[in-house]
Write a protein that binds this ligand. Sequence first.
Ligand code: SF4
Ligand code: SF4
Length: 456
Amino acid sequence: MPSEAGAGVSLAPVNIGHGQYTALVEPSTAFWSLVRSDRAGDMICDPSFLGRVEARIGEFATEMERLRYGLLPSAVYFNPTERCNMNCTYCYLPEGMRRRGAHMSREDIFRALVELRGYFRRTLPEGDMPQVIFHGSEPMMNRAAVFEAIDSFSEDFVFGVQTNGTLLDSEAIEYLTSREVSIGLSLDGPYSEVADRTRHTFSMHGVFDRVVRVLEALRGYESYSVICTVTLENLDHLSEMVDLLHALEAPTCMLNPVRCTLEGGRKARPSDSALAAAYVQALDRSYELYQESGRKLVVANFANIVLAMIAPTARRLMCDISPCGGGRCFFAVDAHGDLFPCSEFIGLEGFRGGNLFRGDLQGCFDSSAFRSVTQRAVEMIEPCRSCVFRHFCGAPCPAEAFELNGATASRGAFCDFYQEQARYALRVIADGREDAFLWDGWDRDVVTTFDVNSIS
Ligand code: SF4
Ligand code: SF4
């Protein structure tokens, strides 16, 4: 039997905007159940139901604790250059850095990868391959050295490249795809008039056509995704963006709200309500397209929330939990070898945890710079500490929160949007449509620990 009132599990009823179902949430463990709305009041007090939840709640708490504090770093965002050939309006890297910044030599890239290899061999279980994602600025500005490194360290790392796509010619595409390097590309709109508003060169030339040519060349390649940064400029075109990417057979995209870390991002920030409406419409469109064609375009940032609900340990992205993944699941190396918890902190001196070339890697995880991110938990933040969705949001990005409010222990942008995203995910689950939004095979290695259907 459950404890008497006041001592046992307490479930919060949450209106998810569904005609039939209400969610009951135990926020500290992210446990939830969907119950018929007309029975929600009874269920909250039902001793049999509460007893079954209470019997498992310790297990859920342990699972959540492991996810939040028990993972090892296994990936690195590696910036082989500070330079970029573009001047996107919301970029989090300072313009001077992108125009004239440092550029790693081939020798330094190799030296850095040797350091990283040694670190991961000491820390990761045998057989686990760490990931290195060449990241920006624009990593293809240092293409020859990056490509040489990918071949030389192919036994040691799984590689990825996050690129603006403008420097990917057919030779580069052939190189990357033949080595199964994952490719992330950026595109902000379904046509040049929209996409080029935010993503253009220093001389204001748009790059839409060039990026679409790359997407066409990548048709059929499974390891690529497209990031669309959602701003005031493209908000009204997200559904058309989904149409375009689906037509191009992109396997995955992200519809990421613009980070408000720098002034450029803050200027392009849409309202939460407009963002939520456009985002939900775009997700609905992706569902329709799947119904019509049988082919999915997975919106990865939304899929991650659905996964966080139905299989918490299978989450793939780490921005919507706290502490976030920065400095604990992955970290970033800049073009000087400086170490940061995440690329989002590059350029923010107070968050530099050491330098790879000075042998600081082991110690950087204990530095105050890293600890201010890895110990930043949603429970420290008002009003998030009492939010029912706190483990499906994490109070957005600490870099953004720091720049917006002067403290990492504060809320970042888009609170209402994140709440609506969680509600929409629960509606999708209530309708039994979740598989349509997830990667095929997402449940291959997942064990069901609690079947919600068995108790509602
Ligand atoms: S930012 Fe908003 S949605 Fe996210 S945890 Fe805080 S209160 Fe909840
Ligand atoms: S929340 Fe921000 S700092 Fe954390 S991993 Fe995401 S982008 Fe990086």
